[in-house]
Every structure is written in structure tokens, then in C-alpha cells.
Design a protein. Structure first.
Length: 359
């Protein structure tokens, strides 16, 4: 059982450089978010990027392109169960963020997210688990299926509801002077409790986003840490174990803040690439001879860079022919391309997909 938060003593001076850097990086991200006329054009693709990385850490693998293809209705991508599970992550995160309008961060909100996350997944990926329900049997991590060889044994089922409620009390306490440190503490605590039979890592990473929105650190859900955590997975896990084993809070918090700073910088880079590309496309096609409809199609492509022509037409309230003619011009100019072998016919915007990648 993890001790209630906050820890009795934390030496803030030991990670002050990391805290300063992370705070500055989040401030820059907050500033750039205010320059985005329609934040959804960036939030939605970034959430899908987060879903791919966070799910990969739990053993569910797909690519960002495959996820967009699946979401657009591609038959070949739709046959892959991993795509459905990753899209569930997107839906769970979106639903939890929307839920903050009516609920505090709470056991109910977390259980609702878990229910969506594991809805309709393959049996070996959690279908045997009661989605949205706290664990009924003792779980453990490592050990090759043997609890006596486990690396870590989290909170017992009987103690889990109380431990989770105590954590939510910490998250929602009235005085919260250090939101980034709070997020580091709460994320560790959630993983130490491990309240569900499956999906704990993914829900725990959602909790980070929810806390930063709820406490006003970010006005829009633009900071997603899973791509960084995936690249440093062994260190990420080892440092959480060190907290449980040795009370090594300072090392864990320093790593978490490092992840915040790097993730914010990555997000700023992605946002700038997307903004530059959108500006380039609009300038390229914003002439008297071009249809205004073409610019609206370009804007929609930044929200979801793989769509059917029918989807474009419905989103814009125009005829199929009107959408198809403008998309045909974008294909001829090399901005868009048809995805071969798909029904319905799908259109992909490779430049947007490339801009979403790290690096």
C-alpha cells in the first residue's frame, strides 16, 4: 500500500533546475496555444499521436497512419484489433476531458475512461476484464505469471477503493501550488495502486493530461508525454519502482519534469510545423482562381489527415462532386493522394502526417 500523498519530505532543491525548465516549457506551450484560431485542428491529431505511443507501452501496436485509416473506415485497417483499441484510448481521453465540465477528477471519471478504453477489445487484450470496474483479484507486475516471483505487488483489491478515493482527495485539494510536481506524485500513486485488472498504465497517463487541464496549467490538452515516456520506458518504470522500494521521490520527480519539458518542446515543434505547413498551403491556393472550398478542405485535413470524399462533403455541407473536384486539384498539386485499395475511397495528406512525427 502506498502511503498517502504528499510524501513527508521532498528536497525540492535537488530537482529545481528540472522544475524551472519544465515550468518555462509549459509556459511557452501555453503561450503558443493562444495563437491557434481553432485549437481542435491541433488537439485532435496530437491526441491520436499520444494514443499510439501510450498504447504501444501496454503492448498494443499500430502506426499513426494506420489509426487515421481505421478511423476513416479503411477495410484493411479495420481488420486490426489493435487499431480499435488505440482508437478506444482516444475516445476515453476525449470523454474524460469533456467530463471535467461536470465532474471533478474522481474515481467515477477514471472508471468511465477505463470502461471506454476496454470496450469491445480482444479477449487477450482485456475483454475478460470488467471494463470500468475496479480489480476483484490481486494483480502483480513481473514474475512470469507467478506472484511469488513478482517484481511489484500493488494495493490489495479490498484496499483499492479507499486508496483511490484518498488519491482523488489529494488531486482535488484546495491548495495546489506546484501542479507539475502534483502530477508526478499522482501518476506514481495511481500506478502503485494499479486499480484495474488491465489498462492501468494508459489510464494513469490520461490522468496527467486531466490534471494539467483541471488545475489550469494548460487551457487546451496539448501536452502529451507518452511519446517521450515510450522512448525512455525502462528508466520510467525503474524510477517508479525505486519510489516504492527506496522512497526515491526526488529522482522520479526530476525524471517526470524532464519528460514534461521535452514533451512540451516536442509539442511546440509539432505545432510550429503544422502551422507553417497550413500557412504554406493556404498561401499556395489562396488566389482568385481557387475555390474557397479548397481552403476549407485543407483546414479539415489538419484535423484528420485521412478522410473519405464523402466525409469531406458532409463536413463542409457541399455535394460529393464539389468536394471531389477540389480534392482532385489538391491531388494534382501533390498535396493530397488517394489511398489505394480502400473502400470508400480515402484521401491522405502525407505532408500533415509527416509533420505530426517527432524529429
Amino acid at each position: 500500500m502506498p502511503a498517502p500523498l504528499p510524501p513527508e519530505r521532498i528536497d525540492v532543491a535537488s530537482f529545481l533546475p528540472e522544475l524551472t525548465r519544465a515550468t518555462q516549457a509549459v509556459g511557452e506551450l501555453k503561450g503558443i496555444s493562444r495563437t491557434i484560431p481553432n485549437p481542435l485542428l491541433l488537439v485532435r491529431p496530437l491526441q491520436r499521436r499520444e494514443a499510439v505511443s501510450s498504447s504501444s507501452m501496454g503492448g498494443t501496436y499500430t502506426t499513426l497512419t494506420d489509426l487515421f485509416l481505421f478511423e476513416a473506415g479503411a477495410n484493411d485497417a479495420a481488420t486490426r484489433g489493435d487499431n480499435r483499441e488505440v482508437l478506444n484510448y482516444v475516445r476515453a481521453l476525449e470523454g474524460a476531458i469533456d467530463g471535467l465540465a461536470d465532474l471533478p477528477i474522481s474515481t467515477r471519471l477514471i472508471r468511465d475512461a477505463h470502461r471506454v478504453l476496454l470496450s469491445g477489445v480482444a479477449r487477450h487484450r482485456g475483454a475478460a476484464v470488467d471494463a470500468g470496474e475496479l480489480k476483484r483479484d490481486q494483480n502483480w507486475i513481473g514474475g512470469g505469471g507467478r506472484i511469488d516471483s513478482a517484481r511489484f505487488i500493488p494495493a490489495p483489491p479490498a484496499e483499492t477503493p479507499g486508496a483511490l478515493d484518498t488519491l482523488m482527495g489529494f488531486v482535488n485539494r484546495e491548495q495546489r501550488p506546484a501542479p507539475l510536481i502534483d502530477a508526478a506524485l499522482a501518476h506514481y500513486q495511481f500506478e502503485a495502486i494499479h486499480p484495474f485488472a488491465d489498462g492501468n498504465g494508459r489510464v494513469g497517463r490520461m490522468l496527467i493530461t486531466l490534471m494539467l487541464i483541471d488545475n489550469g496549467t494548460l487551457p487546451q490538452p496539448l501536452l502529451y508525454m507518452s511519446p517521450y515516456l515510450e522512448r525512455h520506458k525502462d528508466r520510467y518504470i525503474d524510477l517508479m519502482y525505486a519510489v516504492s522500494r527506496d522512497g526515491a521521490w526526488e529522482e522520479w520527480i526530476a525524471f517526470f519534469l524532464e519528460a514534461v519539458a521535452e514533451s512540451a518542446a516536442e509539442t511546440i515543434s509539432v505545432v510550429e510545423r503544422l502551422q507553417d505547413l497550413q500557412r504554406e498551403y493556404r498561401e499556395r491556393f489562396q488566389t482568385a482562381r481557387r475555390s474557397a472550398l479548397m481552403l476549407r478542405i485543407i483546414d479539415l485535413a489538419f484535423e484528420r489527415p485521412v478522410r473519405s470524399i464523402t466525409d469531406f462533403a458532409e463536413a463542409l455541407g457541399v455535394t460529393y462532386g464539389g468536394a471531389a473536384n477540389n480534392i482532385g486539384e489538391l491531388i494534382a498539386q501533390g498535396v493530397a493522394e488517394e489511398v489505394g485499395g480502400t473502400y470508400p475511397k480515402l484521401i491522405r495528406f502525407p505532408g500533415v502526417l509527416a509533420a505530426l512525427q517527432v524529429g
